[in-house]
Structures are given as C-alpha cells and as structure tokens.
Design a protein around this ligand. Structure first.
Ligand code: GLY
Length: 377
C-alpha cells in the first residue's frame, strides 16, 4: 500500500516540475470559468498529443481542452484534437503519412467512445481517409454497429461524404517503407512466421540506425478527456505497427483494448504493441479496476502486470526474460484523477516515456509511471 501512495505523490510532483519550468500556457486566461461543475477538467494523450501541431498554434491536448472548457461535447473536442495529429504529415504513426503496411498501403484503425451517451464506433484497416477518428464517430452515430473494416468501412465513409484518396503515403513514409522492404529476404515470403520475424528484425535495425523513432513503430494517438460536469470520452487513432501484415488490425479500434470508456467510472486508452493489449483487454480491465475503487495508477499497474504475466513466448522476451515491447496507458477516472503508465520507464536508453496533459495550468509533457526499470531492449 505504501508503494501505491508514493507513486501518486511522485506523479503530481513531476507534473508540477514540468509546469514550473515555464512551458507556454495559452489557456490560463480562462481558468476561472473552467471549474464550475465541481470537477477539474483534464485532457491526457500520448506524447504526440503534445508535440504535433501540423503547423498550427495549438497541439491536440490544448485544442481539446480549450473546446471542453467552452462547453463543447467532450468527444467532439477530443476528435478535433487528434485530427491535428492525423493530418500532420510529420507524425508517421497516425493518419496521413502514417507507416504503410508490408505492401506499402496505409491502413488505419480508430475508435471512439462517448461516456454519457454510452455509444461507441470504430474502423479497422481503413484505406484512403486521413481522419479515421471521424469515420469511427460516423459509425457510432449512423449505424447499429461498433466496428466496420476494410473496403466496407471505406464504402461507408464515401457514402457519408468523406473524401477518399488513392494513397495516404508521404514521400518520407514511402521512402522508409522501401528501405524496410529492401531488407526483407524474399525467400521468407512463403513462411509467415519467418517473414514476421524478418520484418521485425529489419524494423529494429532501422530504429537502431536512427532512421525511424522507436515510438513510431507502434505509434498511435490516444486522447481522453473529462469536463467539469464529469462527462468522460476517449478516442484512439493509428496507422498501426509499421509495415504490418496487410489487413492486420491492432488494438486501437477494439473496444476494451485500445480504448474503453465507462461514463460512470473512467476512461483508458493505449499506445504500443496492440497484440499484447488485445490479448489482455487492458483498457477494459483498467476501467473495471477503477470501478472497484482503484486509483488510475494502480488500475494501470494491474493491466501492465497482466501483460507481463501473459507474455511467455520466447520471441516476445528480451534477454532478461521480460517483454521485448512497449505498452503505454493513458487514464482518467470519474473524479478527474489521471495517470500515464507504461511497461518500461524508458523508450530507449536514458529517454523516459512521457505523456501529454492539459489542465487549467496549460499543457505539458509529464513523466510516465513505469512497471519496470530501463527499456524493452
Ligand atoms: N497500438 C497500435 C497498434 O498496435 O496497432
């Protein structure tokens, strides 16, 4: 129990240091109108929710927070935030310019959940539309279903008026895909297991050579928020694992895996290796833990421990017999307490995992609370 309390104090202290270090605060002027319904509004997201602006003035969490405190619907606010990252060609893990699959085609996954309305929608392996989060919302609002995939999802989007493009690659995403492709031994193509291994090894080589950042291999954006009335919503959107098998769908569009929101108890979403998350349905587990009274950090730790316990295949373990991948969760509970937790402390040597937070004090990158020291290598 002592350990749990210490972790919470540490997180609060870390955020305060980030804010005290003079990070821009474009929202401070509006502080007074923010906390009128009793709960302090907050938006949390993966770190690209802080770093990406697509040439504009505000990042994802600032945009969403600004709309939330101006009484916009929380889900609309979050989706407008992640749209910045989906449309930004510099983020090679989400939307336009996201990493393509093994055949060079960008296939996108997304889902969203509306806490108060108890509604959800998602799309998997969607081609040709830069903002899959908006198509996920259209599935939520215009169908009786929670998940549409592939060509059917694209046809649906087209009918709903979305612009369908032939190719969502940028020059840079295509160039990196070609580099990866050149490293794959064609003789492995008939054996899916060897092909997967060769593909992952080539990707790790490229990360080690500094050609792509490690966090873009499984890159995604998850963004969750709560307003002063306690309305909780969330959205997750991604291009999935870089150079994935065609039609591979990750955790991002799967309710309970890449995202789960229960309007009465909490919201959780993820970035990182989707397979580990789908297997353990971690976002659902985290929200259930919060339903039973757990603090967001402790709820997240339960899910991370579950992933660790269930990772036993040798190919998924590093030399220390621990998972050789990253998974990160972004969590808010019904009272507005929030946390970012990850399997490992560092994304690579001496580079700590961080997550984006926006409160009435402005936006910052906060240190993530890890289950394990070091990094996944
Ligand atoms: N978490 C993103 C993916 O695995 O597709």
């Amino acid at each position: 129990m002592k350990n749990k309390i210490d972790r919470r104090k540490f997180l609060i202290g870390t955020s305060a240091i980030g804010l005290a270090s003079g990070i821009a605060n474009p929202l401070q002027a509006q502080t007074r109108k923010i906390i009128k319904g009793g709960i302090k509004p907050v938006v949390v997201a993966s770190d690209n929710g802080y770093t990406m602006k697509n040439g504009g003035k505000f990042n994802c969490v600032e945009t969403a927070f600004n709309k939330i405190i101006n009484d916009d619907d929380v889900l609309d606010a979050l989706i407008e935030g992640v749209n910045i990252v989906e449309l930004d060609p510099l983020d090679a893990s989400v939307g336009y310019g996201g990493r393509p699959n093994a055949e060079g085609i960008v296939q996108l996954d997304a889902c969203c959940m509306h806490g108060p309305k108890k509604q959800a929608g998602g799309v998997g392996a969607l081609e040709g539309i830069r903002t899959p989060s908006l198509v996920a919302k259209a599935v939520m609002e215009n169908t009786d279903h929670h998940l549409l995939v592939g060509k059917g999802a694209q046809d649906f989007a087209k009918n709903m008026g979305f612009k369908v493009e032939d190719d969502l690659n940028t020059e840079s995403s295509r160039e990196m895909w070609l580099d990866w492709k050149r490293r794959i031994d064609p003789k492995h193509y008939l054996d899916p297991q060897k092909r997967d291994l060769a593909g992952r090894n080539a990707a790790m080589e490229m990360i080690n050579e500094g050609l792509i950042p490690k966090n873009e291999y499984y890159g995604t954006i998850n963004c969750n928020g709560i307003n002063t009335n306690g309305d909780l919503c969330g959205v997750t959107t991604t291009s999935g694992i870089a150079w994935k098998m065609p039609s591979r769908v990750g955790d991002s569009p799967i309710l309970g895996a890449g995202l789960y929101v229960d309007g009465e108890h909490g919201a959780a979403g993820s970035t990182g290796r989707g397979e580990a998350n789908i297997f353990n349905l971690c976002s659902y587990l985290i929200v259930e833990e919060m339903r039973n009274g757990a603090h967001p950090i402790d709820a997240g730790m339960t899910a991370l421990k579950r992933i660790k316990e269930n990772t036993i295949e040798k190919r998924l373990l590093n030399s220390r017999n621990q998972p050789n991948f990253d998974v990160i969760f972004y969590i808010i509970d019904k009272t507005g307490r929030y946390a970012g937790v990850s399997l490992y402390a560092e994304t690579s040597k001496d580079k700590p995992f961080q997550y984006a937070v926006c409160t009435e004090n402005g936006s910052t990158l906060s240190k993530i609370e890890p289950l394990l020291e070091g990094n996944s290598a």
